[in-house]
Design a protein around this ligand. Structure first.
Ligand code: NAP
Length: 290
């Protein structure tokens, strides 16, 4: 059904972050709204750190239905919300807000989006040994959902202390032991020797540094699942080398699309057109790469 443009009843959603010019979310979400024939619109807003509180009050005052939250606001936004989903509370970061009659509730669909991308490939994390590279915001969401799902974790990071903080929070929450190592060749070789799944959450290999990789290709093998959460470029050097080694490869694009799809479902109550959203994201990235 074709969307005929805004009406007096149009539900307004959007994304806030800084910077925000390069976000793909408006195109992906508006395509999904149009496909489902719902009277919704999605816009991008650049919000400076010191104006975050005002932006959330604005959401409330304007009765906006939903917001996506991106860098640098995912942690600070929590103080302005009325309710937190238990998983977002554990993770300590929110990437989606739903406004239900003036009550603002925060969710973390990065975590569920990552999990969904694994599950749709038939990979169940329970009982798996997972090596996570990086200990930033994305790593925190991913390591919590994996620990909750019963995977055993090793977190390797350039800054060891940061990985330790993340691991301690997980251990306290789930009473499970998390291995913490400094990210270097020797530790990687040891950790990967026993791993079922490798997740790259560092920004190594992200555009424009597309010739970089966090893992020596000799350590990649068939039987390993390699999930690189970078989506720009569409295929990173790590993914290409993992494919050559016969590993199962999952793209960051799948996580990106799923986190958006799960937000879409919370705002509209409808099933998201996931494949269409993915094709739209690929089109945008290909345009960017050419
Ligand atoms: P972040 O909080 O800034 O964390 C960045 C991580 O990368 C840290 O662990 C950092 O280590 C590490 N790192 C950066 N440069 C490095 C280098 N040269 N050598 C070794 N380690 C390095 O960022 P984030 O929000 O977690 O995002 C990380 C990546 O995930 C980005 O590429 C982002 O685009 C991607 N992402 C994808 C999705 C998706 O939906 N697919 C969602 C969120 C994020 P230190 O702690 O030592 O600095």
């Amino acid at each position: 059904m074709k969307w005929l443009g805004p009406t007096g009843k149009t539900e307004v959603c959007g994304i806030i972050g800084d910077p925000i010019e390069h976000t793909m979310s408006p195109v992906i979400h508006n395509t999904a709204f149009e496909n489902k024939g719902v009277d919704y619109v999605y816009l991008a807003f650049r919000v400076k750190e010191e104006e975050l509180g005002k932006a959330i009050e604005g959401m409330r005052a304007l009765n906006m239905r939903g917001l996506s939250i991106t860098i640098p606001h995912k942690v600070d936004v929590i103080q302005f919300l009325d309710e937190l989903d238990p998983l977002a509370d554990k993770i300590g970061a929110v990437n989606t807000i739903v406004n239900d009659g003036g009550v603002l509730r925060g969710y973390n669909t990065d975590a569920d989006g990552f999990l969904q991308a694994l599950l749709e490939r038939g990979i169940e994390p329970k009982g798996k040994r997972v090596v996570i590279l990086g200990a930033g915001g994305a790593s925190r969401a991913i390591s919590f959902i994996l620990a909750e799902r019963g995977a055993s974790l090793a977190i390797l990071n350039r800054t060891w202390d940061r990985a330790k903080i993340c691991a301690d929070r997980i251990s306290e929450t789930f009473q499970s032991e998390v291995v913490v190592l400094k990210l270097d060749g020797e530790n990687l070789a040891t950790a990967l020797g026993e791993a079922d799944i490798l997740v790259n959450t560092t920004s190594i290999g992200m555009s424009p540094d597309i010739d970089e990789t966090p893992v020596n290709a000799a350590l990649l093998k068939s039987g390993l699942v390699v999930f690189d959460i970078i989506y720009n470029p569409i295929k990173t050097r790590l993914q290409r080398e993992a494919e050559l080694a016969g590993a199962t490869v999952i793209s960051g694009l799948d996580m990106l699309v799923w986190q958006g799809a799960l937000a879409f479902e919370k705002w509209t109550g409808l099933k998201a057109p996931v494949e269409l959203m993915k094709q739209e994201a690929i089109k945008l990235l290909e345009k960017h790469e050419n």
